[in-house]
Ligand binder design. Structure first.
Ligand SMILES: *Cc1c(COP(=O)(O)O)cnc(C)c1O
Length: 241
């Protein structure tokens, strides 16, 4: 089922890319496996997934350890375990940062300078340069975490002083809506914010690199997100259900 679902998803990504003339290969599918078992992760990897997203550190660690302890797949089906990229997509508590920095390649859910300072500290201990995205609250919902768009530049300025962190781009979680079209304005807000930050072109602001990644779009609205410039879509249900 995962294989078939992914085939359909890739087709839909290609169509969305055609509309805006982007290369489908430039879109990263982050397979979100929260609440799913290691067998399902293996299935996704066997179907060509390379990026795995989790939203809780504890749950992620258990699966990570199990997966690497028993990497075997049925004969003839292989996937490159060492090439898997792990993404933290859920709210990260300060007391979990140490473990998160130990296992995640990209922490997508950095929602304050304070959290970034802790990540920097732990990354330094591990001699690691930690890639992150800044999570932006593009909607007014009180329940969502993330930095408000009009505070993003200040927060990025603070984070870019930290030596062991690379800000690769921005992430947002759009509100749940009945029609994916209604999510478009939130995606557009994120893309416009990225363009604005990059146009400031201040080396002190984003290090030597422009922000490139835009993580936005989930199972119900990923095509709209791609039309608005997503480079990473985070999919759970579309892959597994
Ligand atoms: C669960 C989750 C997803 C995937 O959601 P689906 O609707 O299953 O595609 C994406 N992003 C985050 C932050 C999530 O927690």
């Amino acid at each position: 089922m995962v294989q078939e679902n992914l085939g359909r998803i890739r087709g839909r990504i290609s169509l969305a890319c055609k509309k805006i003339d982007c290369d489908p290969e430039s879109i990263t599918i982050v397979c979100v496996t929260k609440g799913r078992g290691v067998e399902q992760i293996r299935e996704a990897l066997a179907a060509g997934i390379t990026d795995i997203g989790e939203n809780r550190v504890q749950e992620a660690l258990i699966k990570y350890n199990e997966l690497y302890a028993k990497p075997a797949l049925p004969a003839g089906r292989r996937y490159p375990l060492s090439a898997i990229k792990w993404h933290m997509v859920g709210h990260l508590q300060t007391n979990k940062v140490k473990e998160a920095v130990g296992m995640f390649d990209l922490i997508q859910s950095v929602d304050s300078a304070r959290l970034a300072v802790e990540i920097d500290k732990q990354a330094e201990r591990l001699n690691k340069s930690q890639d992150i995205l800044l999570e932006i609250k593009t909607s007014a919902e009180e329940t969502k975490s993330g930095v408000k768009p009009d505070e993003a530049i200040e927060v990025i300025k603070e984070i870019s002083r930290l030596k062991n962190i690379n800000i690769k781009g921005l992430m947002t979680i759009a509100p749940i809506v009945d029609n994916p079209e209604k999510a478009r304005p939130y995606f557009r807000t994120l893309r416009e914010l990225k363009d604005k930050i990059n146009s400031l072109n201040a080396p002190c602001l984003v290090g030597r690199q422009a922000l490139s990644a835009l993580s936005m779009g989930m199972s119900d609205d990923f095509e709209i997100a791609i039309e608005e410039g997503a480079t990473m879509v985070r999919l759970g249900r579309a892959i597994f259900e």
